[in-house]
Design a protein around this ligand. Structure first.
Ligand SMILES: Cc1ncc(COP(=O)(O)O)c(C=O)c1O
Length: 490
């Protein structure tokens, strides 16, 4: 297939400067069709990705060998590539694939919706689908977490959460406490409470928010005592981007009590850890506490639709947006509550319970942790820590930068900054190349591989995954690093 690239800047300017054309002379640009997209080869995909999406990102894909894969289909626990290779998915879209790929009930619900020509945009009229989804989410949520804002992403849900908190806390208490190594999204509002230097860069953010170590109740208490302008505490219940980090159970009960005492709003970000992933619908349910505001996204869209939701206590919501005068301050955006996305999500929540997926995450997740812990004992010089809950597991490798033989150190350091001392990239790349197995990486802690398989994963998938990892690690660090370096040179 020949794909035309866009005209260069000079030609494009000439087109803009040309005299206006009459509607009759409007010509269809050189457009690709859906069939063209389907038939595209890897080389063309790469060219277009470079030309139009993100040339720099290709560098990382090449490091990991991801750039060679064209996914043709995806089903259950697997991607199937252009060569018919079945890739076991323990990455799970960072927790977005609770039902695996293309769950038949979700496909069927979407198909029926299309066949019946149901409506999508829910701005002019109320939507029965948005209403049902909001009611379902409220039914899954403890306490009086009853009010639901529907959006399309986790960032949007978290933006809604912090805006609601700020309004409910009042104009004299706009500051927020957030945690070290937090990740709440990349849109500008939540970037101010996201602790990643790479993401924050030189952007001008909202000043005055207070950063504390994750899980440190004294630090939060001291901050609240010191600064009466703090009205909100925002925390992931389990830190995902931070490398699967949990606080002590009593932290959460003390946090709830502290927030009540200081009349401070607690926002629990459950975008990654929620929706059954840790063995409860919400991860905070493990601790018998209920936040004031929470947020879901990722698997809420059933792996087929973009759905995010902010869920709030009714009194807080009413305080901020309860009157006709305030109702539209943060009402849903154009695609909030869009029909097919809601139907996907309604069906998904039903499947979550009908198929016992939350329980499976707890039970089979325990099995995964157990098997990985045994692997840690087998390879104490390679694996430093295994942690997590349910199907949200972090595998931390030892920093090998000091133990690697001197002769290999320069080889590694020329590859990429991100690989220094970190075995994750090497292991991930070789798991994909040699074992058809996909895992996720962690920006804040490069030594951690994140395992967030679909909640449909069974013991046999866990066994395959752990056996593959075992086989790879049995080669030893030096062989793994040499092999990886060789593959990059070749
Ligand atoms: C805890 C948490 N909050 C918010 C977000 C942002 O979600 P999205 O990428 O859908 O905007 C993420 C995404 O990874 C997340 O892990």
């Amino acid at each position: 297939m020949t794909v035309m690239t866009r005209p260069d800047a000079a030609t494009a300017r000439a087109v803009v400067d040309a005299p206006a054309l009459s509607p009759a002379t409007i010509v269809k640009p050189d457009l690709l069709t859906v069939d063209d997209a389907k038939a595209m080869d890897v080389a063309t995909m790469t060219d277009l990705f470079k030309a139009h999406i993100n040339p720099g990102q290709l560098h990382f894909m090449k490091l990991l060998g991801f750039h060679k894969v064209k996914v043709e289909r995806a089903e259950g626990m697997h991607y199937i590539d252009q060569n018919g290779r079945r890739i076991l998915d323990f990455f799970g879209g960072f927790g977005s694939l609770a039902f695996g790929h293309n769950h038949p009930r979700i496909l069927e619900a979407r198909k029926r919706f299309q066949d019946e020509k149901r409506h999508e945009i829910a701005i002019a009229f109320m939507s029965q689908y948005a209403a049902a989804l909001a009611r379902n989410i409220a039914a899954c949520s403890p306490g009086d977490l009853d009010m639901v804002f529907l959006g399309s992403t986790g960032s949007e849900a978290m933006e809604a959460a912090v805006k609601l908190a700020e309004r409910a806390a009042g104009p004299r208490r706009p500051k927020m406490i957030y945690a070290e190594n937090s990740f709440h999204g990349k849109t500008k509002g939540v970037l101010s409470i996201t602790d990643g230097q790479l993401y924050r860069g030189e952007f001008r953010l909202v000043n005055g928010h207070v950063r504390v170590p994750f899980g440190d109740i004294e630090a939060i208490e001291n901050a609240l005592k010191a600064d009466p302008e703090i009205g909100t505490v925002v925390l992931e219940t389990v830190q995902g981007g931070g490398g699967i980090v949990q606080a002590e159970p009593e932290f959460w009960t003390r946090l709830r009590a502290l927030c009540d005492r200081h009349n401070v709003i607690w926002v629990a970000d459950e975008v990654q850890c929620g929706f059954g992933r840790t063995g409860r619908f919400y991860a905070f349910e493990h601790y018998g506490v209920v936040p004031d505001i929470t947020a879901l996204a990722k698997s809420l869209g059933g792996g087929k639709a973009a759905v995010g939701a902010m869920i709030a206590r009714r009194d807080i919501y009413m305080k901020a947006y309860g009157s006709p005068k305030t109702a539209m301050i943060h009402a849903q955006a154009t695609f909030g509550g869009i029909g097919e996305a809601c139907v996907t999500s309604i069906e998904g929540i039903n499947i979550l319970y009908d198929e016992g997926l939350i329980e499976n995450a707890a039970v089979t997740g325990d099995y995964l942790l157990e098997r990985l812990t045994a692997l840690k004992e087998k390879y104490p010089r390679i694996i430093k820590d295994v942690r997590g809950r349910g199907f949200m597991v972090g595998l931390e490798f030892q920093d090998f930068s000091q133990t690697l033989p001197m002769v290999l150190r320069p080889m590694v350091s020329v590859l990429d900054d991100k690989l220094k001392g970190s075995l994750s990239g090497f292991v991930g790349a070789l798991l994909l190349r040699d074992y058809d197995t996909l895992v996720a990486f962690t920006e804040y802690n490069r030594n951690v591989i994140r395992l967030e398989p679909p909640l449909i994963a069974q013991k046999e998938h866990v066994d395959t995954f752990v056996d593959n990892l075992d086989s790879l690690l049995s080669r030893g660090v030096v062989a793994i690093v040499k092999d990886f370096v060789k593959s990059q040179m070749g």
